[in-house]
Design a binder for this molecule. Structure first.
Ligand code: UDP
Length: 236
């Protein structure tokens, strides 16, 4: 089977910290970089939206009394830092990459520009999107769905630390089984939190195919783009 043409990978900030409690775990990031390089070598066009949870989350700031919109701006800046960290790791591995941000910050990267992003992708460059949607009260899951729709991705990939979507929490219920495929309607009917609600609604409306998979499993990204049984495919 031929690989998909263009993907949007959502990588959470938490994934970047690996086994640590904060920041970046170099070995873990090198593993993700290796997986991205592997699919780029297959000719897959790769856009990446990074989260910020390893550094700062707006909801946490709001809990300690900050204004939510201000705290979310800090969260968005955290995602820009992560975009730069991941860009650097990709570059050191010889991957051609650009950073585009949804919040304008002179000199650290390009401002988000859909046409320019598509041109980079077509030229074989990875594009890392930082700054989320650029708006408070949203998450990077929603930014990932939004960028996937904008760049015309064939597949949105949500990278997690579990093997996909399960019938129950596999840590608590030994009989829990992974869904190989799942429809958006089934996810709603069974109350399965696959993405946050805004992201989920956008995917459903735009008929974006989604795969939830375990990015900590070596070779998982390649298997997903090759259409093999990896993770959970959420379709229509
Ligand atoms: N954020 C935001 N608007 C967006 C995306 C993110 O305000 O469109 C802020 C929000 O405060 C969020 C933080 O950035 O908590 C980090 O993003 P997220 O929590 O989605 O990161 P992840 O959980 O994927 O690491």
């Amino acid at each position: 089977m031929a690989p998909v043409r263009r993907i949007l990978l959502k990588l959470s900030g938490e994934a970047l910290m690996g086994p640590d409690g904060f920041g970046y775990h170099a070995e873990t990031m090198a593993g993700f970089v290796g997986q991205v390089r592997e699919v780029v070598a297959l000719g897959v066009q790769v856009g990446i939206v990074v989260g910020g949870g390893n550094l700062f989350r707006g909801a946490t700031g709001a809990l300690s009394g900050m204004n939510r919109a201000t705290a979310d701006s800090m969260g968005m800046l955290a995602t820009v830092m992560n975009a730069l960290a991941f860009k650097d790791a990709l570059q050191q591995a010889g991957v051609d990459v650009r950073v585009q941000t949804a919040v304008h910050i002179a000199h650290v990267g390009e401002d988000f520009d859909r046409d320019a992003a598509v041109r980079h992708l077509e030229a074989g460059r990875v594009v890392v999107f930082g700054g989320g949607t650029g708006n408070p009260f949203f998450t990077t899951d929603t930014a990932a769905a939004l960028r996937a729709a904008e760049i015309g991705a064939d597949l949105l990939l949500k990278a997690t630390k579990v093997d996909g979507v399960y019938t129950a929490d596999p840590k608590k219920d030994a009989s829990a089984r992974r869904y190989e495929t799942l429809s958006f309607d089934e996810a709603i009917a069974n109350n399965l939190a696959v993405l946050d609600t805004a992201a989920f609604a956008l995917c459903r409306e735009q008929k974006l195919n989604l795969v939830v998979f375990n990015v900590f499993k070596p070779g998982a990204l390649k298997r997903v783009v090759m259409g093999e049984d990896e993770g959970t495919r959420v379709t229509f």
